[in-house]
Design a protein around this ligand. Sequence first.
Ligand SMILES: [Zn+2]
Length: 295
Amino acid sequence: MNPESIAFAREPFGTPRGGGPGGGGVTVQWLGTAGFAITHGDHTVLIDPYVTRASLAACASGPLVSDIAAVYKYAPRADAIVVGHTHFDHVLDVPAIARHSGATVFGSRSASALCRTAGLPAAQVRDVESAFGGEPVTAEVGPFTLRFHRNAHSRMLLGRVPAPGDITDCDEVPLGIGSYRCGTVFGVEIHVAGRTLFHLGSAEILDASVRVANLDLALVCVAGWTSSHAFPERVMRALSPRAILLSHWDNFFAPLDQAARAFPRMQMPRLVDRLVKSSRDATVGTVRMLESVVI
Ligand SMILES: [Zn+2]
């Protein structure tokens, strides 16, 4: 399908609101896959940034390395990098981006193991899983407050989670894609400048435990949604967002400088239909590759 047939209704986001702490708007840029750069003032938080976009042949043939030119071009700065889970299309570039930006990485034990093996100093890596005692872990980054809700991954591979388990004891990088094990999955609640966002990097939600109030924008993964029973209805019940920006519907074997193309098998129009039907008045849509919305 043509993703542009699902237009993001920009009207509610077109004019930055000035009322929040610090004033000004919050810019949300889509980096392809489940990747986003969220900026307010001079602070940027990246979530699941995957900018290398290795070809299918490269993915199949062996260990992957970050495309450093793409890292500098598409992720020039970051104060924090959030890892929702440690599949390669979420975490591959995190060590390289952290190294050049000095950003702190927040993620699972699996993400921490990878970053340490990649040579990041311990002070630059925050394991939000080991500190987990039932309540979501909270972290402050400049004007941002991040809350890490334990979540689940879509069982999108013949009823199973692809590459389950943790990245542990990887004595060396680079790794092949199968070694990027999923690790613990987090949904991330983000508060900044009076706005609330929630990032769902895989199309599953533990709706019995995840509840977010007054949500302005949900960043929702499309890939695998048909494998998660009643996914759109459960997302709307748990999050009730004012708007949903769909992500991870693009062909991520193509580079970021090409227009995003959807995989038809993801059935995005059907997902949009069900999200709209189960909401009262939420805006649901997409943006073009590397495009931003301001909330
Ligand atoms: Zn995944």
